[in-house]
Design a protein around this ligand. Structure first.
Ligand SMILES: Nc1nc2c(c(=O)[nH]1)N[C@H]1C(S)=C(S)[C@@H](COP(=O)(O)O)O[C@H]1N2
Ligand SMILES: [Mo]
Length: 208
């Protein structure tokens, strides 16, 4: 562990269907960039935890968690992909160990500043390439790219990775997040080109 390595759904030099490579690092998000104040920041895990309690980390505590790197491609649903991005931070698996979910948890809602949210299946959240990133290429994230913390889920479209993330809600039933309520696919697998909610097959979305 700790070594950069290529993992996840990489298929040689291929990109997912409909994606084209992007140079540089554009900034893509809805709404303003939040200002970070360390003394007001905390990372919260809540909802259906195994012990029924809420788990909170201050910025200092979160920064002391074990640091790992993941090299992965980022796929924006607007059809650009960035290849071989090196992210550094805390694996989602570490959070699942430190704040275990109840046995019935099937999905998580990842919450960010200003109420942005993304729902993710527990299996995607628990994948060993899912990372709460603090760094890119060994440098702290900049404000517009999500400082102090963003989620990276390489096997899903990038809207499933909130920038400025503040917490995780463990859920025993599925519920749509911010973009999923606005016409984007509930699961968002780029290899299956799951872009829009009208493409959802029975069972891929929450019960109505
Ligand atoms: N909080 C928040 N996170 C977000 C978004 C957003 O609108 N708000 N947009 C997502 C989308 S659609 C993409 S493509 C990536 C872009 O990350 P970047 O600006 O660092 O390239 O952030 C994701 N995370
Ligand atoms: Mo995106």
């Amino acid at each position: 562990m700790g070594q950069p390595e290529h993992r996840g759904e990489r298929r040689a030099e291929e990109l997912p269907p409909g994606q084209r490579p992007q140079r540089g690092w554009p900034v893509t998000h809805y709404g303003p960039v939040p200002r970070f104040r360390a003394e007001r920041w905390e990372f919260r895990v809540f909802g259906a935890t195994a012990d029924g309690d809420k788990h909170c980390w201050t910025h200092e505590e979160f920064s002391a968690l074990p640091y790992h790197t993941v090299v992965a491609d980022l796929h924006c649903v607007t059809k650009f992909s960035m290849r071989d991005v090196e992210w550094g931070g805390v694996p989602a698996a570490t959070i699942l160990e430190l704040a275990p979910p109840a046995a019935e948890v099937s999905h998580v809602m990842v919450w960010a500043e200003y109420g942005y949210s993304a729902n993710i299946r527990l299996s995607d959240f628990a994948a060993d390439t899912t990372l709460f990133a603090t760094h890119r290429d060994g440098e702290l994230l900049t404000a517009e790219h999500g400082f102090p913390l963003r989620l990276v889920v390489p096997q899903l479209y990038a809207w499933k990775g909130p920038k400025w993330v503040r917490g995780v809600e463990y859920m025993t039933t599925d519920r749509r997040g911010f973009w999923e309520e606005r016409g984007y696919h509930n699961i968002g697998d780029p290899w299956r080109e799951q872009r829009y909610s009208y493409q959802e097959e029975p069972g891929e979305g929450p019960e109505p």
